[in-house]
Write a protein that binds this ligand. Structure first.
Ligand code: SAM
Length: 247
């Protein structure tokens, strides 16, 4: 996959692109990342990229000229262009999966109050938000998007199964995990996980996932199709919660 990043702060990507999964994916040619500095496409000697808002309002806006020039000069207008924006579609695992199917994506990173609407209308295919809060700039948002997408590409994770049973992939949160020692300061690992009995382990995992989801992200259960056993377990959890609330 090829990823182009249009930004006015290229240096904010230095360590992100060198370390860990992204660094290894670049080193092994699984992805190619091109950073394009929007300031290189300004026509003024001070490399100014922002200006005041028509109609008034606080702050500055990225002007359209340098962005359009950066897109056209690098032949990016036909690629999937994403703009980081709190007004965009919220990033989910499903959206990351969709984006991972593209051969080339371009992320247009916002700053100040964002970018001129005419650039969005003319070039942007998708506005993406990483959550309902405001960041100072879209650089971190773009890195979140890139990381969520790249780890879904074939052979990027060293254990290709790890992305298959993570939170959200099957509609629920992931179960609790434990490692050695078996007894940590008097706290034991759940006995089911030590039993070696595959069915008991699988049943423990699904119950634990349901419980975690019910308490932390009940909204996910609205979209998850519960079978009869799972529905009964959720009813049991509801009963336990009601009892707790009474006490
Ligand atoms: N005035 C804008 C608004 O109210 O929607 C917020 C601008 S914000 C200070 C500057 C830039 O940071 C945005 O253009 C966007 O690129 C990025 N940004 C801020 N919050 C974000 C979020 N939750 N998701 C994605 N990008 C975000």
């Amino acid at each position: 996959m090829k990823i182009n990043i249009l930004t006015i702060f290229p240096e904010l990507y230095n360590s992100f692109l060198c370390e860990s999964i992204i660094g290894r994916a670049i080193a092994s040619d699984k992805i190619e990342v091109k950073i394009i500095d929007i300031r290189d496409y300004t026509a003024n000697k001070h490399k100014k990229v922002d200006d005041y808002l028509f109609g008034g309002g606080a702050g500055m806006l990225l002007t359209p000229g340098p962005i359009a020039s950066a897109i056209e000069s690098n032949n990016l207008s036909k690629t999937m262009i994403i703009n980081t924006s709190p007004r965009g579609q919220v990033l989910t695992q499903a959206l990351a999966k969709d984006l991972s199917e593209h051969q080339e994506i371009t992320i247009l990173v916002g700053r100040y109050e964002g970018i001129d609407q005419r650039i969005i209308d003319k070039y942007v295919n998708l506005e993406v938000s990483i959550g309902d809060y405001i960041l100072t700039g879209g650089e971190i948002a773009s890195q979140v998007i890139i990381e969520s997408v790249v780890r879904l590409l074939p052979n990027v994770l060293s254990n290709c199964l790890s992305s298959l049973d993570e939170s959200f992939t099957n509609g629920l949160l992931e179960e609790d995990h434990y490692t050695r020692p078996q007894n940590f300061e008097g706290l034991e690992v759940p006995s089911e996980l030590l039993s070696g009995h595959h069915l008991n382990i699988a049943q423990w995992k699904i119950k634990n996932r349901l419980k975690k989801t019910y308490f932390n992200r009940p909204d996910l259960l609205d979209r998850y199709k519960l079978n009869d056993d799972e529905q009964n377990y959720i009813e049991q959890l509801k009963g336990e919660k009601n009892e707790e609330n009474k006490n």
